[in-house]
Ligand binder design. Structure first.
Ligand code: PMP
Length: 335
């Protein structure tokens, strides 16, 4: 066994964000004859890829004089949970408060975590974006009312810029620039667009493929230019019904749609056969990478994102009752 020596000291929570490992996914690679590599974003200190966006958004606000460290400003955001966790932890480290608005349908684990770390959590019924009661609009109104800073992750370009500056260049450095394709799901589009921009800057031939769950309208947007959706998914934090500012102009070549059964197959497979404990969006990303690998043929290098960890979804993806209720298969060791 070789142990990599740590060579530097991180400056607190914020200094520990990013520089995540790029992990070879053995079974996906062996099954396709490609190198399928997962960027281990679940290893960020707040547990997800959204730590990067949270930091980029807060640093941008500070640079523009909208927040001042230590002056107990308030950050307000609507989120499926992970951005709220990242924002609250950065806020704690910088001396701000946070108000987090979240649809009540999201996992209990993320709600409990947010309360544990001191967020002022406001749960709202899940409503479509066109409804004024949608969590994004509620968060904007709360920010206006309390004079807080609205992070606006969907349309704040600091989000994708953070990934263009960090996640993308890290992937290039870790692969020596040898990347044939990149697959990524989309919530705000920050990760997909930011990494896509960085990879295409380096090599315009890199194929960028959106990994979409059922029920999202982006697959049809990429394939036909039309925004339409059908079906639904138990995945959280991904799937989108509109083209966010972060997605606009992103260099996306193609899209694949991944059903929940295929997503769960990857989540369980990675856990039981490789010891990698990841959430549903990571399962969708890996399933998409395998599909792209099969389409491109052996010998290619495909990178994807392992967005967060399985423990955030224990009560859903690993709960036989929940799975049966959704008509989904229960893995044998839980059955
Ligand atoms: N996976 C998970 C688990 C998430 O919480 C999110 C963010 N909502 C994403 C993927 C998508 O990331 P992005 O917002 O950068 O598109």
């Amino acid at each position: 066994m070789t142990v990599q020596s740590a060579t530097s000291i991180a400056g607190g929570f914020i200094g520990a964000i990013g520089h995540t490992p790029l992990i070879r996914l053995r079974r996906a690679s062996e099954a396709t004859g490609c190198e399928i590599l997962g960027k281990a974003e679940f290893m960020n200190p707040g547990g997800s890829v959204k730590d990067r966006a949270a930091l980029a958004i807060i640093e941008d606000a500070e640079a523009r004089g909208l927040l001042t460290p230590g002056r107990s400003g308030t950050i307000v955001e609507g989120t499926a949970g992970n951005t709220g966790i990242g924002l609250t932890l950065v806020a704690n480290a910088r001396g701000y408060r946070s108000i987090i608005v979240m649809p009540e349908t999201q996992s209990q684990e993320k709600k409990d975590f947010l309360r544990m770390i001191g967020a002022d959590l406001r749960l709202v019924p899940a409503k479509p974006y066109r409804d004024p009661g949608n969590y994004v609009h509620v968060s904007r109104r709360i920010a206006e009312e309390c004079g807080g800073y609205w992070a606006n992750q969907f349309d704040n370009l600091a989000n994708r810029e953070g990934h263009r500056r960090t996640t993308g260049p890290e992937i290039c450095a870790q692969t020596g620039g040898r990347i044939d394709a990149f697959t990524c799901a989309c919530g705000t589009g920050g990760t997909l667009a930011g990494v896509a921009l960085a990879l295409k800057e380096r090599n315009p031939a890199t194929r960028i493929v959106l990994a979409d769950p059922e029920g999202s309208a982006l697959h049809s947007w990429i394939k036909t230019g039309e925004i339409t959706s059908s079906g639904s998914s138990i995945s959280e934090g991904i799937g989108q019904g509109r083209v966010t500012a972060n997605l606009e102009g992103a260099p996306i070549d193609d899209a694949v749609r991944i059903p929940d059964t295929e997503m769960l197959g990857q989540v369980y497979d990675l856990m039981i056969h490789e010891g990698l404990s990841v959430g549903g969006s990571a399962g969708i990303n890996v399933a998409a990478a395998i599909r792209v690998a099969r389409e491109m043929g052996p010998g290619h290098t495909i990178v994807t994102i392992l967005c967060d960890g399985a423990s955030r979804y224990q009560s859903k993806l690993f709960n036989p009752e929940f799975l049966r209720g959704k008509g989904l298969p229960v893995p044998p060791w839980l059955g």
